[in-house]
Design a protein around this ligand. Structure first.
Ligand code: NDP
Length: 313
């Protein structure tokens, strides 16, 4: 079985930065960049303009930023495998990493698998009903579909994602409702203001969607108001979940310590996990900041931690 010094699992700003630094340290990193789990490049591949990554005064699209980062780490010799890691064995060194077609040993492992959009179990939202027939968890990926054109669309959530998705959807829908369970947005002030000022966006405060109905595609939603305890039915063509994320740790089979939400625990101020030689960076270990720039920063930390650990072990 082939042995590598460093394997990085996952792709995105954390992974690519870890690869860039380990490649420049001559550690010949190999990235499992994923396949069925989502697009290589991670969540930024489904984002529109990134306005807060320093160095791009006019902003840059998420996919363009990821493509540039990927090219940069490729330039220094990073290798890529377009597969998901199915399992790892971390109880003894070298560690084992398995995908469907490959099996490797490695001295150090960097986990950078990020997080995935959460969904709600609403009647009519499941795979057996309207999932991907009007119900989705990614406005940027699916918003341009003809079924949403000039129709009333509903985004669930009250954070920056919900606002960003709602603004994006105003390009397609006749009206976009943000359905939020409370009476104040969690989104940053600047984003919240954009939603509140937008002529095509209306926020439905203290409400939850309880039912999604339709024929071949979504036609209506039923909303419940938590304050008045009343239900209303509205015409709808689309329901978009924007309620946060779940860390992607299934392949770890509980071998690393996590917090109660499943985020990998790292030693404060480092990327060291509960197993020596295994490091974690990016959203998989970050329930708080979750920004492209913090993910990239922690990817750099993981590479430096890895390099130090390899030179002392
Ligand atoms: P957040 O965790 O910030 O927000 C999730 C939202 O979903 C909250 O408003 C929450 O409600 C609501 N929610 C959660 N669970 C449920 C539920 N079961 N039923 C109904 N509503 C629910 O996630 P985001 O994805 O919005 O943002 C994550 C991070 O990414 C943040 O740090 C954000 O700033 C950042 N981000 C930045 C962007 C940018 O700068 N352009 C764009 C997108 C994200 P409640 O408020 O009541 O908890």
């Amino acid at each position: 079985m082939e042995k590598r010094q460093v394997i990085i699992v996952g792709s995105g700003p954390a992974s690519y930065t870890a690869a860039l630094y380990t490649a420049r340290a001559n550690l010949q990193p190999l990235i499992f960049e994923g396949f069925f789990s989502g697009p290589a490049g991670g969540q930024l591949m489904t984002t529109t303009d990134v306005e807060n990554f320093p160095g791009f005064p006019e902003g840059i699209s998420g996919p363009a930023l990821m493509e540039a980062m990927r090219k940069q780490c490729e330039r220094f010799g990073t290798q890529f495998i377009a597969e998901d890691v199915q399992s790892v064995e971390l109880q003894q060194r070298p560690f084992k990493v398995r995908s469907k077609k490959h099996e490797f040993l490695c001295d150090a492992l960097i986990i950078a698998t990020g997080a995935t959009a959460k969904r709600l179990e609403i009647e009519g939202a499941g795979e057996d009903a309207f999932w991907q027939k009007g119900v989705t968890a990614c406005a940027v990926c699916d918003g341009a579909m003809p079924i949403f054109r000039n129709k009333e669309l509903f985004v669930i959530g009250g954070g920056d994602s919900a606002v960003e998705e709602a603004i994006f959807l105003t390009k397609y829908g006749s009206k976009v409702y943000i359905v939020h369970r409370r009476d104040t947005l969690r989104a940053s002030k600047i984003m919240a203001q954009r939603a509140l000022n937008h002529p095509k966006i209306e926020i439905l405060w203290n409400q939850q969607i309880t039912k999604i109905e339709g024929d071949k595609v979504v036609r209506s939603v039923t909303l419940k108001n938590a304050v008045t305890n009343t239900e209303t039915k509205k015409e709808a063509a689309g329901v978009f979940f924007a309620i946060g994320h779940q860390p992607n740790t299934g392949f770890l089979s509980d071998q690393l310590k996590t917090n109660p939400q499943g985020y990998v625990l790292v030693e404060p101020g480092s990327t060291k996990t509960s197993i020596e030689g295994v490091f974690a960076c990016g959203d998989v270990q970050d329930p708080i900041y979750r920004q492209a720039i913090t993910a990239a920063g922690s990817g750099c930390m993981a590479a430096i931690d890895t390099e130090k650990w390899l030179s002392h072990s």
